[in-house]
Design a protein around this ligand. Structure first.
Ligand code: MG
Ligand code: MG
Length: 320
């Protein structure tokens, strides 16, 4: 294992640079999504060279492992209001356990997905690690969606649209129980950035939960810099730092076509980088996950390349 050293940054070191290795956990799962294919996201990022890119930044890399979900054709769907819930729960349980172990060893967690339901295990693991130290964490949720659906509210029954609801203690108590407390993350410490497609009953859930959502309309109105700065202030206030759950559908499909649920009107390549650069320079990053990369819908692995560049920015790569 290579010795770690932080890349130098003008604004100070990122939390990830405090002499820690970057541990990579791959979660190969598409059970939570409406379309097949995001289970191949981790492979596409490997092909794009994610481990080598992290080493070039000066970090050591530790392979935490890969959690493989069964294919949708191999297992029973279960109840239509939360499709494949039993199997998703098992994947999240394994992801939670592997990540807790890696965090205990002091590595910085980088999770490659996989559909967004995986965060019910990984986000909970980061929260639990710091809860053991009596420190709450914040959560930056970069996504075209708020993923605040619940069974009976969700029009599709796709569990990837329920993941933030579970992390914030509302939906699916059976899977929320993977975390050592409920909610895993206090809604006051959560900020959603880039939302532009929210189901009607999901809006009520967002309002009730008190989560701060920076919609794309607000970003357009106020400017991205102002919104990201406010989001980071909010999730850093009174917390140990924050986890970033980055759904690639936050980007515009013109720039990132290979995603599970494309929605027009997303962030440009440069805007997405600005978000990640601000995350790095804040010094508060505790974990990062990149989800919903769908190689089946991609064009020549371009979306994986974009994802890789975003990971580099979040880990502190700068132009100068
Ligand atoms: Mg999502
Ligand atoms: Mg999404």
């Amino acid at each position: 294992m290579k010795a770690t050293s932080a890349p130098s940054r003008g604004e100070g070191r990122t939390r990830v640079g405090e002499g820690r290795e970057v541990g990579i956990l791959s979660v190969s799962m598409d059970l939570g999504a409406g379309r097949r294919g995001v289970d191949m996201g981790p492979s596409a990022l490997r092909i794009a060279g994610v481990a080598q890119a992290i080493e070039r930044l000066g970090y050591g890399v530790r392979e935490i492992g890969t959690v493989h979900a069964p294919g949708q054709e191999e297992v029973e769907e279960g109840e239509a209001v939360a499709r494949y819930l039993a199997h998703i729960t098992e994947v999240c349980r394994q992801s939670h356990s592997l990540l807790r172990g890696a965090l205990a060893d002091g590595v910085f967690p980088l999770v490659l997905g996989g559909d967004h339901s995986l965060t019910m295990g990984t986000g909970a693991a980061v929260a639990d690690h710091y809860r053991d130290r009596d420190q709450p964490i914040g959560l930056l949720w970069v996504d075209a969606h708020t993923d605040m659906n619940e069974p009976g509210i969700s029009p599709s029954g796709n569990v990837h649209g329920m993941s933030l609801s579970v992390l914030t203690g509302r939906g699916l108590p059976s899977i929320a129980a993977l975390a050592s407390a409920r909610p895993a993350i206090d809604p006051r410490h959560v900020a959603v950035l880039g939302a532009r497609q929210i189901d009607p009953r999901e809006r009520e859930a967002v309002r009730e939960a008190g989560i701060r959502v920076f919609t794309m309309s607000e970003v357009d109105e106020r400017g991205l810099t102002s919104c990201v700065d406010e989001a980071i202030r909010r999730i850093s206030d009174g917390t140990a730092g924050f986890h970033v759950s980055f759904d690639l559908d936050a980007l515009d499909p013109m720039e990132a076509p290979g995603v599970g649920t494309p929605v027009p009107g997303g962030f440009t390549y440069r805007e997405a980088h600005l978000i990640c650069e601000k995350v790095a320079s804040s010094g508060g990053l505790l974990g990062f996950e990149l989800v919903e990369l769908n190689p089946v819908l991609d064009a020549g692995n371009v979306t994986a390349q974009v994802g890789l560049r975003l990971i580099e920015s979040a880990l502190g790569k700068t132009i100068l």
